[in-house]
Design a binder for this molecule. Sequence first.
Ligand SMILES: [Zn+2]
Length: 191
Amino acid sequence: MKIDSATGLLTGARQVLSPHCDARPAGMALELLVVHGISLPPGEFGGPWIDRLFTGTLPPDAHPFFRDLAGSRLSAHALIRRDGQIVQYVPFGERAWHAGISQYRGRAQCNDFSIGVELEGTGDTPYTDAQYQGLAALAAALLATYDSLSAEHIVGHSDIAPGRKDDPWPTFDWPRFRALLKERYVPLARS
Ligand SMILES: [Zn+2]
């Protein structure tokens, strides 16, 4: 898995570019990777609705749950579907609108300095092996591309917006992910 650092695009990913993004503040380094969970409508997998939400084309009448959500200007940099397929919505150098009101180690507005990756999932279904493999490969590619990222600064949405957000839920197995990432990414010694 490779990222073109000039464009911020992931080679081989399906690109569905979202209008819900803008430039990061000038000189802002990428320092945090945020893992999210999402399903639309909640509990259903495989539909077109996450693409539609992030591109601002969710039809409000297609499902009762969509009524309040349609019109939301949300996005993430990427989504990993149940089968491991990766969809990219926002180039990694741009600011995606995934974290909302958030704080990491005293710094607010995590969107400014983070990358947001969604896993298609719920709070009561285990994530798939393909998703763990895909996330570990993507995280390794991000760490290899952006020096300012670090394996120690990977968190869940619930960690930066506690009480407001609880994804990627306890169904996300952090030790399993961290072990896979360790296999795939060995940081070069920096002097
Ligand atoms: Zn989230």
